[in-house]
Write a protein that binds this ligand. Structure first.
Ligand SMILES: [Zn+2]
Length: 567
């Protein structure tokens, strides 16, 4: 990585990537939709460009580069190559005289189908409590069942065994956390609700494939079943199930640290944020699974109602890691937004006026959160609550509130579109957004734009969502695709234990990297040159957990964004 950075910052000559391609031409290495904008960025001085067909090197498009603009976040001088008028299906590359050639990319209506498949199937690769095998497509990407035992930690208020088997490994580690599972599973279920018609026939080659339920729901159920087991008899949900400290870089079946159900350490032991997140997600599941498995849907609704009642009784029991626990915390000072989301989803599913009243009572406190130019995330789920109230408007919903949510969401999206167009790399990130998981912020801006499009359709929202996808797939300062095994120049060293511990030369496929992080919380980032602009504070290094870890929450936002691009 140090070498790569040296090339970018100091080299006056053309920068070459692994295959002799120029890293000074930045484009979506997967490609572009025929009817959408097609823009690449060039960061070396040049005047013209050509698009050539890969099969015979024929020039199919010629153009002039746009004026130079300085991207302050990356410290790059950027010129735009616009070949939007090229609509013919095919595989191409850019040739920029004096600079070099780009990696190849495609123009096709289904150009992102394979990426969607890999990104959604990556959740299967994260399955805990079962043997995983990616099959003949990825020979060697396999492991036996892991974490087949669980036990209560003293902080949970109980003792003895608790065999909560299943769920998804949260990130590069093997913990399972209800709060992060909440936003993740909720986002995946929303992907189905909003884009189901595009997804219905897409097989993910899961053990359950062909059982009559769409595969995206088969996969989401794996985590839902575990989440439901995290609910205690009184309705509350324990915050997390993880070891006391992170294991080494071993395969999951070789992690023998006890998998402990961890609570708050004092009555009522469960946390409100986890419980309300469970209520929200189980309420979505109750309506989504109803056509496929009425019994499972009913089980979810029962869990959601019980969780809601518990959260009424204990409206803000927050969680901090008890002494001796150093795995993921997902701590949050306020669970009011989680409760707002739960109320909105329960109202949307049941039509029970209690939830509507609660939502409307809290609405004035939360409506302004739609105006702030920051997308949703595990700590802030208020937008999910507000959007679902408008998306699922029904008899009894407050029409003025629905209209207000629609208007505010559209206005916020318009502001994001405007600044994305002005950004030299056409990404929605602000300088302050280059934080831990900045690629997740990018994907969540994409999701926010597509939700806005669902509420108040506007083609510019979709174009800006695609801009964010292009950034993740190679149109960035590193010319790097931030999804493993996707694109001609993907990152290769995620902070992901199975990728690090197995014998395969390439990492597990379809996983989104956390991305540039000006916070530099790990030793790899701390050693990067001082004064790097925020977009360049990244290392494709397994040790950089603060810039190169994978995580299910930003994976889910990527899946949502990709689903929106499918034909
Ligand atoms: Zn496991």
């Amino acid at each position: 990585m140090a070498l790569l950075l040296t090339v970018f910052i100091c080299s006056p000559g053309p920068a070459r990537g692994a295959e002799g391609k120029s890293t000074q031409i930045k484009l979506d290495e997967v490609g572009y939709l025929p009817g959408s904008e097609k823009i690449a960025m060039v960061t070396a001085p040049a005047k013209t460009f050509e698009v050539k067909r890969a099969s015979d090197n024929e020039t199919v498009f010629k153009g002039e580069l746009g004026p130079v603009s300085l991207d302050a976040d990356a410290g790059d001088s950027v010129q735009i190559a616009d070949f939007s008028k090229l609509r013919e299906t095919g595989t191409y590359y850019l040739d920029v005289p004096g600079v070099g050639q780009s990696w190849t990319f495609s123009i096709r209506p289904d150009v992102f189908s394979r990426t969607y498949y890999l990104a959604m199937r990556a959740f299967y690769g994260q399955r805990c409590g079962t043997a995983v095998d990616l099959g003949p497509e990825f020979p060697g990407y396999t492991h036996p069942a892991c974490h087949l035992k669980g036990e209560f930690h003293p902080s949970s208020g109980k003792q003895g065994e608790r065999d909560n088997i299943g769920g998804w490994h949260d990130a590069g580690d093997y913990g399972r956390y209800v709060v992060n599972s909440g936003i993740t599973t909720g986002t995946v279920l929303w992907t189905w609700e909003i884009f189901g018609a595009k997804l219905e026939g897409i097989k993910l080659n899961l053990p359950e494939s062909g059982n009559g339920t769409p595969d995206i729901l088969n996969e989401a159920r794996w985590n839902l079943e575990w989440m439901l087991q995290m609910q205690d008899d009184d309705g509350g949900a324990w915050h997390k199930q993880a070891s006391e400290h992170f294991p080494g870089f071993v395969m999951p079946e070789d992690d023998h640290l006890p998998s402990e159900v961890i609570g708050t350490g004092q009555p009522p032991y469960k946390s409100t944020c986890a419980t309300a997140d469970l209520a929200a997600v189980a309420a979505i599941a109750a309506r989504v699974y109803a056509p496929f498995d009425a019994k499972f849907a009913a089980r979810n609704l029962d869990a959601a109602r019980k969780a809601w009642l518990w959260s009424e009784k204990f409206p803000n029991v927050t969680f901090r890691n008890p002494p001796g626990i150093s795995t993921g915390e997902y701590g949050d000072d306020s669970c009011a937004d989680e409760r707002l989301w739960a109320a909105a989803e329960l109202w949307r599913t049941t039509g029970d006026g209690t939830y509507n009243e609660y939502f409307l009572r809290l609405y004035p406190d939360f409506r302004s959160s739609l105006d702030a130019p920051a997308p949703e995330g595990w700590r802030n789920v208020a937008p999910m609550g507000l959007w679902t109230y408008a998306l699922g408007a029904r008899k009894g919903s407050d029409a003025a509130v629905v209209a207000d949510i629609r208007k505010r969401t559209a206005q916020a999206a318009q502001a994001i579109v405007e600044r994305t167009r002005k950004n030299p790399y056409r990404v929605s990130l602000l300088a302050k957004d280059y934080v831990w998981g900045s690629n997740g912020v990018v994907a969540n801006y994409g999701m926010e734009l597509l939700v806005a499009n669902a509420l108040a359709p506007d083609p510019s929202f979709v174009e800006a969502a695609l801009d964010n996808l292009h950034y993740l797939l190679g149109r960035n300062t590193f010319s790097l695709s931030w999804v493993t095994q996707v694109g001609a120049n993907p990152y290769r060293h995620p902070h992901h234990r199975p990728s690090g511990a197995d014998k395969n030369p390439e990492p597990w496929p379809g996983l989104l990297s956390g991305g540039p992080n000006a916070g530099r919380q790990d030793d790899v980032l701390k050693k990067l040159p001082a004064g790097l602009p925020p977009a360049k504070v990244y290392a494709d290094d397994q040790g950089s957990y603060a810039s190169n870890e994978i995580a299910i929450n930003w994976q889910a936002a990527l899946v949502f964004l990709l689903a929106g691009t499918l034909p």
